[in-house]
Design a protein around this ligand. Structure first.
Ligand SMILES: O=C[C@H](O)[C@H](O)[C@H](O)COP(=O)(O)O
Length: 221
């Protein structure tokens, strides 16, 4: 919790007056969003696109002005959390189910910043099961095709019911153990009909805020 707050707040320094900002989802970027709310309260003029309904509610509570892709095409900065970050800044995302909008929004900026406590930093991705968003129709067949790539795909539940994403889809949590080539796996997954998007973010993050030896560090690509 202390690390999440420290890295989340540190990244907020990249939000400046006049910017269009992408706001991520989760318990780490929560602290970034709180800081951005303070900036707005102090008079900073920004507009934001949230990566989930949860973040949208939080931003509205903090009076952060929102926009949509109907009005903007490019974001000045996007700040988001991650479930795993490897040494090349490849990420696993989607533990909170927001991966599709997160990827759409991260794709719309040249400055994608990740906030991740030290537990998220790994040598290779894979220990955290990879979230894959799939269409509910024939999800079982899609799951079998994902399993042919070497994983065990488990449909996410919300209690006893299927978890439904903000986009009306299912999430499959796919255990691959070790992901040797995230880019290749991402391409293979997205070629399977029924896969809407996968939680691998490769060659997207430019800056990672994390904690090393008890101090916040900013790692740049
Ligand atoms: O879908 C959720 C997102 O990808 C989150 O950014 C990710 O799960 C990290 O969340 P947290 O900061 O709560 O660990």
């Amino acid at each position: 919790m202390i690390e999440k707050k420290a890295v989340g707040e540190a990244a907020a320094q990249y939000v400046k007056d006049g910017m269009v900002v992408g706001l991520g989802t989760g318990s780490t970027v929560y602290y970034t969003i709180q800081k951005v709310g303070e900036y707005v309260k102090e008079g900073m003029n920004i507009r934001a696109i949230p990566t989930s309904e949860e973040t949208k509610m939080l931003a509205l509570d903090l009076n952060i002005p929102l926009v949509t892709f109907a009005e903007v095409n490019h974001l000045d900065v996007v700040i988001d959390g991650a479930d795993e970050v490897d040494c090349h800044f490849a990420l696993t995302k989607g533990g909170g189910g927001a991966l599709l909008r997160e990827k759409l929004i991260a794709d719309a900026t040249d400055l994608f910043i990740v906030v991740a406590d030290s537990s998220k930093m790994v040598e290779k991705l894979g220990k955290f099961p990879l979230p894959v968003e799939v269409t509910p129709f024939s999800w079982e067949r899609t799951a079998r095709q994902i399993e042919e790539l070497g994983s065990i795909a488990t449909r996410r539940l919300n209690g006893t019911e299927p978890y439904i994403s903000d986009n009306g889809n299912y999430i499959l949590d796919c255990s691959f153990e070790v992901i040797e080539n995230p880019e290749e796996l991402s391409q293979k997954l997205n070629r399977i009909p029924g896969v809407v998007e996968n939680g691998l973010f490769v060659n997207m993050a430019k800056i990672v805020f994390t904690v090393e030896e008890g101090k916040v560090v900013r790692k740049m690509k």
